[in-house]
Design a protein around this ligand. Structure first.
Ligand SMILES: [Fe+2]
Ligand SMILES: [Fe+2]
Length: 337
């Protein structure tokens, strides 16, 4: 039985090798013919770079337009890791770091009498904001993936291998480790340990997290339009710059948040008999610098050296919009919003 299975699988492998090799030969034979025909036939030329997307109730009226495949040319060197890290240092002086510091200063000094009433809207914003970064990361990856035919296969592959790791971590998957809890689950446990309430109860209140929604809209607008760039590789570079800024700011955000909640714990949570579930804060405080480094590797593998200005534009866009979000949270704690 076992030997049959092995024999069968060997046959299948052999068959697939033959068919792959035939397909490759056919593709090589057909490629020049196809392009020659396409050049002389506008109808065929228009059809070559598109794929019909069929839905059950609508016929072939929609197409997904792919970027045209570019002729192979000498590859431009990619941006240096040091250049990326220098760009990030500009964020140290940016508006988001100021807003994050302002927020954490307030949090460290919040008193027990106003804690519950002022924080519940912040928790509500946090719960939404936490999850919005998952589609943001996915959108960044998609921009890189869609440069098929325009970017180098090896560079694209290495870039995406780095980008996907923080996304997998959000869902509890880490290299060489058993499946863990999702970050959403860790957040839920942390919230309950601090407040004595369930996250489901907070969600059921149905209060719109308007500031997080606004930030989410800004992030997705900027990434999905590639910052207004037209070229596919430039759009992907923009997405990689955005990814860098998100991870870099997250390292500040979560490190300071952990410090603030240690103070709150000592100020009154412990005395209330609450035992904080630290895992959410700890995995982020230690994980975000690692994510930032994966972001460096991703950008250094893909971004042409001449596109530094596009990385910077993306980073500054996130700095601007993230600061607006955190200043709005400050206003909630101050009770001015
Ligand atoms: Fe996370
Ligand atoms: Fe991260």
């Amino acid at each position: 039985m076992a030997s049959n299975t092995i024999a069968m699988s060997r046959t299948m492998v052999a068959t697939s090798k033959i068919s792959t090799s035939k397909a490759a030969k056919n593709a090589l034979r057909c490629a020049p013919m196809r392009s020659t025909r396409a050049m002389h036939s506008p109808r065929l030329a228009a059809r070559v770079p598109t794929v019909a997307v069929m839905s059950p109730d609508r016929a072939d009226t929609k197409t997904f337009t792919q970027a045209p495949k570019l002729a192979p040319k000498e590859l431009e060197p990619t941006i240096l890791k040091q250049t990326i890290e220098d760009l990030e240092k500009e964020l140290d002086m940016g508006v988001s770091v100021k807003a994050l510091r302002r927020f954490n200063d307030m949090l460290e000094n919040i008193t027990e009498d106003v804690w519950e009433v002022r924080m519940w809207r912040v928790w509500n914003e946090f719960a939404h904001n936490l999850e919005t970064f998952n589609p943001v990361f996915t959108a960044c990856m998609l921009k890189v993936q869609c440069t098929i035919g325009q970017s180098d296969y090896v560079r694209r592959d290495e870039c995406l291998r780095n980008m996907i790791q923080p996304v997998a971590g959000e869902y509890g998957m880490h290299n060489d480790e058993p499946m863990g809890k999702t970050h959403r689950k860790l957040f839920s446990e942390w919230y309950t340990s601090c407040t004595g309430e369930s996250l489901e109860g907070l969600m059921a209140a149905g209060v719109r997290p308007v500031h997080s929604e606004q930030l989410f809209a800004c992030m997705m607008r900027d990434i999905t339009t590639g910052g207004g760039n037209v070229d596919g590789v430039e759009q992907a570079t923009y997405a990689l710059g955005y990814n860098l800024a998100v991870e870099y700011m997250a390292a500040y955000e979560k490190t300071w948040l952990l410090e603030s909640f240690i103070k709150i714990d000592n100020n009154f949570l412990k005395a209330q008999g609450r035992e904080q579930e630290w895992m959410f804060l700890e995995v982020h405080a230690t994980g975000e610098p690692e994510h930032a480094d994966l972001g460096h590797n991703a950008a250094a593998a893909f971004v042409p050296a001449s596109q530094k200005h596009i990385l910077r534009a993306a980073m500054q866009a996130h700095d601007r919009d993230f600061a607006v979000f955190y200043n709005a949270l400050c206003d909630m704690i101050e009770c001015t919003a």
